[in-house]
Write a protein of this length. Structure first.
Length: 681
């Protein structure tokens, strides 16, 4: 029986988030054993292979399979029933069946009461034929007539009501999107007045499947008024979903105090959301001690937030062992954090196989960290295909950084960004900025920044700062204007026209810095440094440096060296950043050491930086080598930096070539250096 349950019925009976229909324990047991045969998903090869199995003994079944009908559909003559109902031969019969079908669409599984169908019948009739109003009995008889041995609707002799054929229900569920009429909901509510548990089920269906919160609340209140704890809980959940949180808390508290474990857990969730952590923990514990898996999971998360990792893992593991896939996912994360990767992978895998998209993404991340890019992409892609926006963003990153697949990377970044994922907005902005599409890049940075993403704030600030009125650009434009160039100040892209963007750049840098983003602190420090506000610049550089940002350490060293004249403290910060691997800091440290005569250590640091590709270090290394007579290697480093566009290296290379008699090339490099230092206005 479980193996052949219809999809629609299964989905209707399955838990809907916080709200769980009556009989959910049986359904959850069924989930562990259910094996549906999806005939509709078979392709031509599958159908032909199945038909061959029946070719000798049941050629009729073989023919149905080859024609594309599912086996069950063929055996009950489903298509013939639908064709008859939709032919227009009996609009009254179609109205009867639709009225009964809406009883099932309201979450009910028992036969539709005859009087309910009679009362609702009129709402489904065509508006242009009043004669049908009094044809209910004839329409009912017509609907119950057999078609190829099957009936669209059956009226059992026990008088329990009307049964609509599964095939008809499934077909109309796919084809009909019309809402259940209010008059039908009224009839359903009246019938269920004496069946409060069923009223809760109908309440869930009204909210989750039909987007009708008013009817949902009415049905749930009806059950709650009769003291049904699940009704009290349902009212609380529904009120919370429409933003009426204080009322929701009252209803959930009443159900929780009445011993309803779902309500205990959800009340804890509501209290957690508004910062009432002590009382939240009390209700989570009550639910957990009652064996409620979601309560265990939520208690584990609260303890994790508090930093009590041992107890967090205990309750998360208990929930995971009880089958909660969110808990399995969180347990995988906790185990990964403490280095137990094998068990973390096992729990991620269990939750991923059960369909948890966060677990799929987590498993993909774990596999990617150990170098299994194929496995990482497979699971992240599965999560993205299932609609997980975080996985879409991660997949875009994998495709861009590991595969170089720019087109598909942009597709997934855009899909995630359009779904509201701020990280994806930031990544999409970066991708667009890299290929020069600055207008759209700015759009996505702004969207992500507005959502609180500090990296986007930083990137937006940098983009505006680069595009805006930097002091040097403004001076150049003024010089051109003073020389009589009238377009210099009227050009819409003129730095003078863009000067307001520095203020906005500072705004975004400051917003991200205040939120703790160390790159934003560094950028804000740079902007203030260029403006001459050394005290505030030093404050932000130091804040980022103390948090471990090596660029901030380097800029702080530069400020202390050139702005304060404090070489000792400057060297301290240069060395800290150099030891952490920052090539710019290595270069600056080498320069300071060279100035004080420690040539051996100076050469060590600038060589490490030059080997890392830092062009600013290359001319310094060349200079040190030339001083001790190693002119060939000096020329090598000068040339490497010069060809990379470094004007200092161009000058040094030109001077070295002059001493070697290569006059033409020497003057060419010296002229290029002059041009690089004096750009056209």
């Amino acid at each position: 029986m479980v193996a052949t349950i219809r999809d629609r019925a299964y989905q209707r009976l399955a838990p809907q988030g916080e709200l769980r229909p009556h009989g959910r324990d049986v359904i959850e047991l069924a989930m562990k054993h259910r094996g549906l045969l999806e005939f509709e998903d078979w392709d031509a090869v599958d159908r032909q292979a199945a038909a061959m199995l029946y070719a000798d003994q049941r050629p009729d079944i073989a023919e149905a399979l080859v024609k594309g009908r599912g086996l069950g559909e063929y055996l009950v003559a489903g298509p013939e029933m639908i064709e008859r109902l939709e032919s227009g031969e009996s609009p009254g019969a179609a109205a009867v069946v639709r009225a009964a079908a809406d009883w099932y669409r309201a979450g009910m599984t028992r036969p539709a009461p005859l009087e309910l169908v009679r009362r609702a019948y009129h709402a489904y009739l065509p508006p242009d034929d009043i004669t049908l109003m009094h044809e209910f009995d004839n329409a009912l008889r017509w609907a119950c007539e057999p078609v190829s041995g099957a009936r669209a609707m059956t009226q059992p002799t026990n008088g329990r009501g009307l049964v609509v054929h599964d095939y008809v229900l499934d077909h109309w569920a796919r084809q009909l999107q019309a809402p259940i009429p209010e008059t039908t909901w009224d009839a359903i509510a009246d019938v269920l007045d004496d069946a409060p548990e069923d009223a809760v089920t109908a309440s869930i269906a009204a909210f989750e499947l039909h987007n009708n919160p008013a009817v949902s609340e009415r049905l749930a209140r009806s059950a709650a008024d009769k003291g049904v704890m699940s009704g009290l809980h349902a009212v609380g959940v529904l009120l919370a979903r429409v933003g009426r949180t204080p009322e929701a808390e009252q209803w959930c508290r009443a159900a929780a105090e009445g011993g309803h474990a779902d309500a205990m857990s959800y009340l804890g969730h509501l209290l957690h959301g508004r910062g009432q952590l002590v009382e939240s923990e009390r209700w989570y514990r009550a639910a957990a001690n009652a064996g409620h898996a979601v309560g265990m999971h939520r208690l584990g998360y609260l303890l994790y937030e508090r930093g009590d990792l041992e107890k967090a893992e205990h309750w998360t593991r208990a929930a995971a062992n009880a089958g909660n896939t969110d808990a399995m996912t969180n347990l995988g994360y906790l185990l990964k954090k403490r280095g137990n990767l094998a068990e973390a992978e096992r729990w991620y895998g269990a939750a991923a196989e059960a369909g948890n998209t966060d677990a799929m993404k987590g498993l993909g991340n774990l596999l990617g960290n150990r170098g299994d890019l194929d496995g990482a992409e497979r699971w992240v892609r599965a999560s993205a295909d299932a609609g997980n926006t975080g996985a879409m963003s991660k997949l875009a990153y994998l495709l861009l950084k590991e595969r170089g697949e720019l087109v598909e990377a942009e597709h997934w970044a855009r899909a995630s960004a359009q779904a509201g994922n701020a990280s994806a907005m930031t990544n999409l902005g970066y991708l667009l900025q890299e290929r020069g599409e600055l207008v759209e890049a700015e759009h996505w940075y702004r969207a992500a920044a507005a959502a609180g993403n500090t990296t986007a704030m930083t990137n937006l600030g940098q983009l505006l700062q680069k595009r805006g009125a930097l002091e040097e650009a403004e001076r150049g434009t003024r010089a051109a204007a003073d020389a009589g160039n009238t377009t210099a100040t009227n050009d819409p892209e003129s730095p003078l026209q863009e000067r307001g963007e520095l203020a906005e750049a500072e705004h975004w840098h400051r917003a991200a810095a205040d939120a703790g983003n160390t790159f934003a602190m560094t950028n804000l420090g740079q902007l203030l440094h260029k403006r001459g506000d050394l005290e505030k610049a030093e404050h932000w550089y130091r804040a980022a440096a103390d948090a471990g940002n090596t660029f901030a350490m380097t800029y702080l060293g530069s400020l202390l060296e050139k702005g304060r004249g404090d070489l000792e403290k400057a060297e301290h910060w240069y060395r800290a950043a150099a030891d952490a691997g920052n090539p710019i800091a290595m270069t600056m440290l080498g320069y300071v050491l060279e100035k004080r005569g420690d040539l051996e250590k100076a050469e060590h640091w600038v060589r490490v930086a030059a080997d890392a590709g830092e062009t600013a270090a290359m001319p310094i290394l060349g200079y040190l080598l030339q001083k001790r007579g190693e002119r060939d290697e000096a020329e090598h480093w000068y040339r490497a930096a010069a060809e990379a566009g470094n004007p200092i290296a161009m000058t040094y290379l030109g001077r070295l070539l002059l001493t070697r008699g290569h006059l033409v090339e020497a003057f060419r490099w010296i002229f290029r250096a002059h041009k690089a230092e004096q750009p056209d206005l």
